[in-house]
Ligand binder design. Structure first.
Ligand code: M6R
Length: 609
């Protein structure tokens, strides 16, 4: 949520920063801005709207500056506007800041600064207090002033600061918001995420909570909360720049949907040894640990939470441990029962989702063992966990999550199979059979992706609908939730998912002539029950699209249109059945002319509560 970039070197700071911001636009895109130091003065340019607006606004300006900071915003305090866009500057115009996060006590700070010190605010943001505080405490050392300002603040922040009196320096600080440092040759960078820096550097420092960083052109120094200098290992990024490019696809979302076979192959095969057994390399849980766990909590947000719901189903089935799944924002405030016999699984693509991180910390405090399923290597969730099970999806740029979801599912299967087998509650032949079936999934998915054309055709008849219902049973009910989320977040169609058996307990009242119902019926043992549910909505005038396994033709008698997925065991269908739903959401959103990769009001990484 919000992206920050800073540069100090010998190149054109304005160009480098705007280019970096464009790569972070998925983090927020309602306004953007840059500040550079030129001839000893801070120059700020900011614009409401997409970064292209800012780019156009500064097109003919040649800042000729070699140091600056920039920001792309997702509004929290104050509407998207030029005035509320970052950077914010102090009254004397000597300090400029960019901020990602929320300053929780900003009202009291603002009141104090206004009433007692006569500060005049020019925006409605919480962030502006930071610039005024740093200016208030400035006495010849920018880092000293930043330390003092930070002591006054509560909340979450990744902040970059410029000071016109120290033009050869950037100071940055973080707490609960991501911050990385890019290490160049004669230049250094700050950023909230790796894609911003890929064009320039591969060596980075991952900054920890409560650390402050002082950057000059040739040096980066990191200090902890006690102001002691700390050494940090260099983290080498292995992605190439292309991984964060569209590669000929119209949208990142479509590219990422098509990358799922590869992501699943990698996530599976990196966890199999040469005999085909699951290998939890680098994960320190022993057989005794596994036997000790008497419950599992899976906690996550959004799409990752939906992957956790399938995880519950699978872990209970294969590993015979009771599992609770919760959304992180609820879990962290409900005082759940946790002790050292609890295995806590956090799922997060970004590894920076604030609620997930806070829930993880809560569980850790109470003694749980923390295993995280994370895509971004070195992210906060990964660093704060006892063990990490990485998804190998590669960078996910589209706001709507697709390949992260299916690779998270793959991790759920591997964890469930491993725990069940190691504890001796899953028979070896079943364990082997499921691994064999998992190996077929990437190729089955490639075949399934070839039906994209049929889905586009169907979308042409559906894209004007204003309401869609998704129904399913067992794992299909969880996948329905994800299908519904995909559709609503990118097409803005009001969609709703419900366990098919629940329909008649209220929601069926909404079904009328022409209502669109998408019915997932991939479970052999629940197939007939689903056919009855389809009949119930058909009887009330619904238009039904069915989703079934190849060969289950019976559904054609009930549904108006059917999409098929390749045959596979019932337990594994979520890995396939979500894909037609992703494609349908994509095609519908495209036909409606929506901004697919950057849906309104959303941001990729939610680093505020
Ligand atoms: O980075 P995370 O996986 O922790 O993000 C959690 C949710 O914000 C995320 O899954 C969100 O729901 C998706 N972008 C929706 O497609």
């Amino acid at each position: 949520m919000c992206g920050i970039v800073g540069y100090i070197g010998y190149g054109n700071a304005g160009d480098i920063i705007i280019e970096g911001l464009k790569k972070l636009e998925y983090r927020g895109y309602d306004s953007s801005g840059i500040a550079v130091i030129k001839d000893g003065k801070i120059e700020v340019r900011k614009q409401k709207g997409r970064i292209s607006n800012l780019e156009t606004a500064v097109e003919n300006e040649h800042f000729n500056s070699t140091v600056g900071i920039g920001h792309t915003r997702w509004a929290t305090h104050g509407a998207p506007s030029d005035a509320n866009a970052h950077p914010h500057i102090s009254m004397d115009k000597t300090i400029a800041i960019v901020h990602n996060g929320i300053i929780e006590n900003y009202t009291e700070l603002r009141e104090w600064l206004t009433k007692d010190l006569g500060v005049i605010f020019t925006s409605e943001t919480d962030s502006e207090v930071i610039a005024h505080l740093i200016s208030l405490y400035y006495d010849g050392s920018l880092e000293d002033a930043v330390y003092k300002a930070v002591e006054k603040m509560r909340g979450a922040y990744g902040i970059g600061v410029l000071c016109s009196k120290e033009p050869d320096k950037i100071v940055a600080v973080r707490k609960d918001s991501p911050l990385i440092i890019g290490l160049g040759d004669g230049c250094n960078f700050i950023a909230s995420d790796i894609p911003a820096l890929l064009k320039h550097v591969r060596s980075i420092y991952l900054i920890e909570n409560n650390e402050t960083v002082v950057l000059t052109r040739n040096e980066v120094k990191i200090y902890n909360a006690d102001r002691k200098e700390v050494k940090r290992d260099v983290f080498h990024v292995t992605w190439d720049e292309d991984a964060a490019e569209k590669d000929g696809f119209d949208h990142f979302m479509l590219k990422e949907i098509h990358e799922q076979p590869k992501g699943l192959f990698e996530t599976l095969n990196r966890r199999l040894d040469k005999n085909g057994n699951i290998l939890l390399d680098g994960i320190s849980m022993t057989k005794q640990d596994l036997e000790k766990f008497d419950r599992v909590y899976i906690v996550a947000c959004g799409t990752a939470y939906h992957a956790g719901m399938v995880g519950k189903f699978i872990i209970e089935r294969f590993a015979k441990i009771p599992v609770e799944v919760d959304v992180a924002s609820e879990f962290r405030y409900r005082d759940p029962f946790i002790d050292d016999k609890t295995l806590f699984i956090a799922i997060s693509q970004s590894g920076e989702t604030l609620d997930t991180l806070a829930a993880l910390r809560e569980a850790k405090k109470k003694g749980a063992r923390i295993l995280s399923v994370v895509n971004v290597v070195g992210s906060s969730v990964a660093r704060e966990s006892d063990d990490v099970f990485y998804t190998w999806a590669g960078p996910e740029i589209a706001v709507a999550s697709t390949k992260a979801y299916t690779t998270q599912l793959m991790c759920m299967y591997l964890i469930a199979l491993y725990v069940g087998y190691t504890k001796g509650v899953l028979a070896p032949d079943l364990y082997n059979e499921y691994i064999r079936e998992l190996k077929f999934i990437p190729d089955k998915l490639k075949t399934l992706l070839k039906t994209e054309g049929d889905i586009l055709e169907a979308a042409k008849g559906l894209y004007k609908k204003e309401q869609v219902f998704f129904i399913g049973r067992g794992p299909d009910a969880s996948v329905s939730l994800e299908g519904s989320l995909k559709l609503k977040e990118i097409s803005y169609i009001n969609s709703f998912a419900i366990a098919a058996g629940e329909l008649k307990h209220g929601t069926i009242a909404l079904i009328e002539q022409g209502s669109l119902v998408i019915a997932l019926a991939t479970q052999d043992r629940l197939f007939e029950k689903m056919l009855s549910n389809i009949q119930e909505v058909k009887a009330r005038g619904a238009y039904v699209i069915g989703l079934a396994k190849e060969g289950n033709k019976e559904i054609e008698k009930q549904a108006d249109k059917v999409f098929y997925i390749p045959d596979c065991p019932d337990d594994l269908t979520p890995l396939l059945s979500v894909v037609p739903l992703q494609l349908l959401a994509y095609e519908i959103a495209k036909l409606r002319g929506c901004d697919i990769d950057k849906p309104k009001n959303l941001a990729k990484s939610v680093t505020v509560e």
